[in-house]
Design a protein. Structure first.
Length: 432
């Protein structure tokens, strides 16, 4: 039985088995589409810009919706016409190609900026659902496309879109004494990757602050693990803990005032909570087992964490102020790295079966567990702020890649780097 300490060290080894990683965008590869995806037609936006546009806004919207697992955009070759306005739409034509919804638009230069007009139509109902004008600079066209995707997603599903959020992840280059590690932040689709930290020593467990302005992470740059907090925009950072032994698994409270973590300064790794204003530490667990990977409930009233106090890693829940811990997972002999869904009704976690380590979901009311992935070496799950997707680290051959799966397991995709390993993903909260 693999113990948590061994798993924690194994993640360091995995980061070292890489070569020639460089900063670049991650490219999404769809690995499984949903059999319940909604057919939608997204017509290329008419453009009056001389020389074309730096970004294909309609294609970005199409890709966003497809990657959500809830939509199946028609290929451009299947589009029967190219309207740019709802007044030019003939709904019966689009019914014949089985489009349930239709998106059209146009882009016009406006000084140094662009004026984007888009509309969403309900083909079956024969009506316009949404229309808006967005002003964007050339450099913000991709961000504007993500915003449009968010509006369309919410108008159809009733769920707030998460395409304008960001992801953080760790990439590694070289091996042995030449290993280099870097912490990156990118758009949710892997584009616009920006390096926020580079180190000769491993970086682990990035975690976003609730307002999305800071990242907490573990660095070994001082020769021992230490927890840092870094402002993403300015690069300013501070060291929170550097006790002897393990300083790991930082997790922000929902109000941003506290941070849970795993420290071994008093012996075995235990769960502590730090008040960030006073730096006062409160020890929550006192057990001979390994206690690690805390996560806060959305209401901030309780924590889950991983412990092997039953003889193998399982998830436990306890009040955020301390108290008796109750075991939560009973299906299978290994469950770890628990993360609450944004509504607090489910847990996402890593579970082990005879085929390896997978992302799974447990309903907290029924205790029913659903395995979501068929990959073999999954770790570090992180949930989108709308709860529809989970991003995680996994293996593709000998390479570490990021994977994502819908919360119902029906759709999945990978975000591999063309050169080297990527690990330790963290999905940001909503940024506004």
């Amino acid at each position: 039985m693999r113990r948590l300490a061994a798993a924690w060290l194994a993640s360091l080894v995995a980061l070292c088995l890489t070569a020639n990683a460089q900063a670049q965008n991650l490219t999404i590869e769809i690995t499984r589409g949903s059999d319940q995806a909604i057919p939608i037609a997204i017509v290329p936006f008419e453009s009056q810009a001389a020389g074309g546009l730096p970004q294909d806004v309609a294609q970005i919207v199409s890709d966003d919706l497809e990657h959500s697992g809830q939509f199946e955009p028609l290929s451009r070759s299947a589009l029967i016409s190219l309207p740019s306005s709802s007044k030019d739409v003939f709904y019966d034509d689009w019914k014949r190609v089985n489009a349930r919804y239709l998106v059209v638009g146009k882009i016009e230069p406006q000084g140094s900026d662009y004026r984007i007009q888009y509309e969403l139509m309900d083909v079956a109902g024969g009506k316009r659902m949404l229309g808006e004008t967005v002003t964007s600079s050339a450099s913000d066209l991709r961000a504007s496309a993500h915003y449009i995707s968010d509006q369309i997603f919410e108008a159809i599903t009733g769920i707030r879109g998460a395409f304008s959020t960001r992801i953080a992840y760790v990439a590694a280059s070289g091996s042995g004494d030449n290993a280099r590690y870097a912490l990156y932040v990118a758009d949710a689709d892997g584009h616009n990757a920006q390096q926020v930290l580079s180190s000769d020593d491993p970086i682990l467990s990035p975690a976003w602050s609730p307002d999305g302005s800071k990242l907490a992470y573990v660095s070994f740059e001082s020769g021992n693990s230490a927890i840092y907090v870094q402002n993403v925009a300015t690069g300013e950072r501070l060291r929170l803990t550097s006790f002897p032994g393990i300083n790991g698994a930082p997790a922000w409270s929902p109000d941003g005032r506290k941070m849970a973590m795993s420290l071994s300064k008093d012996g075995q790794p235990e769960i502590y909570v730090m008040d960030l204003a006073s730096r006062q530490l409160t020890r929550l667990t006192n057990n001979r087992a390994i206690e690690t990977e805390p996560d806060w409930s959305p209401d901030g009233r309780s924590l889950i964490f991983t412990s092997d106090r039953s003889g193998a890693p399982q998830l436990y829940r306890m009040p955020a102020g301390g108290g008796e811990a109750q075991r939560v997972t009973f299906t299978g002999s290994y469950n770890s790295d628990g993360r609450f869904s944004p509504d607090g009704k489910a847990l996402f976690m890593i579970t082990r079966d005879e085929n390896g380590f997978h992302v799974a979901k447990q309903d907290l009311d029924t205790s029913r567990v659903t395995v979501l992935t068929d990959t073999r070496w999954d770790e570090s799950p992180s949930v989108a702020p709308n709860g529809t997707m989970v991003i995680f680290a996994t293996q593709q051959g000998s390479q570490g890649v990021l994977g994502a799966v819908s919360s119902d397991g029906r759709a999945s995709f990978r975000l591999p780097s063309q050169q080297g390993d990527v690990r330790e993903p963290a999905w940001s909260p909503y940024l506004n």
